[in-house]
Design a protein around this ligand. Sequence first.
Ligand SMILES: O=C[C@H](O)[C@H](O)COP(=O)(O)O
Length: 156
Amino acid sequence: MGIRLVLGADEAGVDYKDRILKDLGSDPRISEIIDIGVNRSDAPEDFTKPYPYVGIKAGELIRDGKADRAILFCGTGIGVAIAANKVDGIRATTAHDSFSVERSILSNDCQVLTMGQRVVGVELASRLAKEWLGYVFDPTSASADKVKVLTDFEGC
Ligand SMILES: O=C[C@H](O)[C@H](O)COP(=O)(O)O
């Protein structure tokens, strides 16, 4: 089965979210894209919903087994990462370079990658999103015991 991917953003990240949605639309590794907004067609009160709603919603979808991974955007990527990390079992990180994107999976088994529309160029963001989807955590690797400390702490 392919990756069930959540894409989300606040108002400050919506342009990148929509661009990545387009870029990943025909990616054969993805079986489903779940766009949790915000969207430009939203009512003003929904469009301006702050970043915590986006990060928490994405984290809940993963926690509840309805999605596998999420790529989220806000101004910096920081707010949506903090919010997603509030959900039990979620490992979310902001990353704007290729090495960190790789290690976020191979070292940390992150389910959520976040980027900032005010920080990184859109072409690089799109490339990093595609790279990130190509990495798979190895549960037999030396990193697995380190991740397990986190999951044991959270009891999930
Ligand atoms: O981390 C927060 C985000 O960058 C958000 O999009 C902008 O938040 P601010 O308006 O509080 O700077």
